[in-house]
Design a protein around this ligand. Structure first.
Ligand code: HEC
Ligand code: HEC
Length: 214
């Protein structure tokens, strides 16, 4: 109970903080960053923010960034954690505690945040990664990722998630999860088939390239 009170107080303080920031941003006029004017939902401060960052820029490489993500994609992932279509030891319980309305609000909130990329990519892998992203791998029939995820990798609503500036370690982990069937919530197994034809080294290269994008 003490913990809960602490979280609630913390949420209120953070909300007040956000209020001050947004009026300051408004006073600053048209140069203000629009993302800063959106109040942080209390649940982000109480839960999501600890792992994903309150603005969706997760610092831990294994945790996905949610900032600027296609909102319908985020909503689908949360619903997939709820139904069990996507297995996630950490996320299942968290998602199951959310209402449909909260899921929608959170997906909307994170889609409006700016992805602040501070990655220091493995530069040796970038050229190979870019080649795979733009042209696929002809020999193993891997299609160009850009065809679905977009030429600048910011995603294509409603189905295709943005990958630009995502944590490279997280991207790599998802490619390996699709390849091994540990993640199987992709419609028509599209990603399982593609990732199944990428080698571990190719997965690493394309993840490094995507992680380096603004
Ligand atoms: C204790 C850490 C932790 C907390 C708290 C947490 N998450 Fe997560 N989240 C993760 C991890 C780790 C993953 C990657 C899941 C996997 O490996 O399958 C993830 C994955 C996700 C994904 C999928 C992202 C993608 O690109 O597919 C979404 C969406 C998400 N979380 C939203 C949330 C929301 C919303 C909250 C708050 C209600 C939240 N998370 C709280 C750790 C956390
Ligand atoms: C035919 C369309 C298509 C192509 C081509 C494609 N993808 Fe995907 N990708 C998808 C869809 C759809 C999803 C979302 C799956 C879901 O709903 O969970 C996805 C999801 C992903 C994810 C998970 C993102 C996250 O936040 O968890 C990664 C990583 C990914 N794709 C990487 C790639 C890479 C790398 C390539 C190229 C080698 C590629 N994709 C090519 C359709 C495609």
């Amino acid at each position: 109970m003490k913990g809960l009170n602490y979280f609630l107080c913390y949420g209120v303080v953070m909300l007040m903080g956000a209020g001050i920031t947004s009026s300051a941003a408004m006073a600053a006029g048209s140069n203000a960053d629009p993302a800063q004017q959106i109040p942080v939902p209390p649940i982000v401060e109480q839960s999501c923010g600890a792992c994903h960052g309150s603005d969706g820029n997760s610092i831990v490489p294994a945790f996905p960034k949610l900032a600027a993500q296609v909102s319908q994609y985020t909503e689908k992932q949360l619903q997939d954690f709820v139904s069990g279509a996507r297995i996630g030891p950490i996320m299942t319980g968290i998602a199951q505690a959310l209402s449909d309305a909260q899921i929608q609000e959170l997906a909307q909130y994170f889609s409006q945040q700016v992805n602040k990329n501070t990655a220091q990519p493995d530069t040796q892998l970038l050229a190979q990664g870019e080649k795979i992203y733009r042209g696929g791998v002809v020999a193993t029939k891997v299609p160009a990722c850009a065809a679905c995820h977009g030429p600048t990798a910011i995603g294509l609503p409603p189905l295709y998630p943005g990958l630009a500036g995502q944590n490279a370690a997280y991207i790599e982990s998802q490619l390996l999860a699709f390849r091994s069937n540990n993640r199987s919530n992709d419609l028509r197994a599209v990603m399982r088939e593609i990732a199944g034809n990428l080698t571990t080294q190719e997965s690493k290269a394309v993840a490094a390239y995507l992680g380096s994008l603004p």
